[in-house]
Design a protein around this ligand. Structure first.
Ligand code: CU
Length: 323
């Protein structure tokens, strides 16, 4: 039987977890790596039954060179200004641009939803960082302001009108760049394991995430059968997918295939190890020992260096690695 796990906001990636998508203004795509991004904010209902006449979205710092999409039946207005700093976009410095967009003179009935879109570039953002698109919808006699921002570690469910949030994902190019500055490998038969790290856990977070890259340099398929750690009562390998704005994690059943000649990457926002029944929350700078049990390569022991709770992986010195 398939097991589905709906993650609470306090779990692995607190930022990724969406609220009730039917009731809140949300981003259609709530996770993205640095680079080009299309922000689509969904307005789910009116103000206390009244139709929505205008929608204003504040552009968060770090989302630059923004262009709004015009909508038939709505008047489009943009506000421009200086950014908090200068960004490099395609080799050029960009220091100002669109800071807010308003679509007005429209009439979106309470019983219907609509989407308001912007394109731009996510610049100078770090994996794990959150950007909030404060959104205010105005009706004839009231407004709904989706402008609340969760405090560090706070569950977004606790907010009545959370601002639509975007979580920055690690880019593959970032991983490659990291390898280039000296990530050493743990070898086990034909398997080469690199970039082994875990995220520091926030107070109250029930489970922790761990990541690594496994390259099968041999001619035979292998399989990661299980993971164990003295730091956790149970460790599972999970897949992670967005499904209607809700992050769904599922245990990988029957082991994780490591096909001959291929590389399998566990990283934030995708495949990951999940540490449950954790004895003490992972602290940045510490190491989490793990034993990986492979079908062919056998048992492999290594340590995951603990990086920040948010943001990218740690700088690794690998002094604690077996080789
Ligand atoms: Cu998980």
């Amino acid at each position: 039987m398939r097991q589905f796990i709906l993650v609470s906001a306090a779990a692995l990636l607190p930022a990724l977890i969406a609220h009730n998508a039917a009731a809140h203004a949300v981003l259609e795509t709530p996770t993205a790596p640095a680079g080009g991004y299309k922000a689509v904010v969904t307005i789910p209902h009116g103000c206390d039954g009244e139709p929505t006449n205008s929608v204003r979205i504040d552009i968060p710092e770090g989302f630059v060179s923004v262009k709004p999409m015009p909508k038939a039946g709505w008047t489009l207005a943009v506000e421009e200004g200086d950014y908090a700093k200068s960004y490099q976009v395609h080799g050029k410095a960009v220091a100002s641009g669109v800071t807010a967009v308003t679509w007005s003179d429209g009439a979106l009935p309470d019983g219907q939803f609509d989407e308001f879109a912007l394109r731009g570039t996510l610049a100078s953002v770090e994996p794990g960082q959150k950007l909030f698109f404060r959104t205010v919808q105005t009706c004839a006699s009231g407004e709904v302001a989706w402008i609340e921002i969760p405090a560090e570690g706070q569950d977004a469910h606790a907010l009545e009108h959370p601002a639509p949030g975007l979580t920055i994902l690690a880019a593959d190019t970032g991983m490659a760049a990291h390898h280039a500055h000296g990530d050493q490998a743990t070898m086990a038969g034909d398997l080469k394991i690199t970039t082994a790290w875990a995220r520091a856990m926030l107070p109250g977070q029930p489970s922790g995430g761990g990541y690594l890259t496994i390259e099968n340099t041999g001619a035979a398929d292998d399989r990661l059968l299980s993971v164990a750690s003295p730091s956790a009562g149970r460790v599972e390998v999970h897949t992670m997918e967005m499904n209607n704005d809700v992050m769904v994690m599922r245990p990988v059943e029957g082991g994780l295939a490591i096909p001959a000649g291929e590389t399998v990457t566990l990283k934030p926002g995708g495949l990951h190890m999940m540490f449950m029944e954790v004895t003490a929350p992972f602290k940045e700078g510490a190491a989490v020992p793990v034993t990986l049990e492979f079908e062919k390569a056998g048992a492999v022991e290594l340590e995951l260096k603990v990086g920040p709770a948010r943001g990218g992986m740690p700088e690794m010195d690998h002094s604690g690695h077996g080789k």
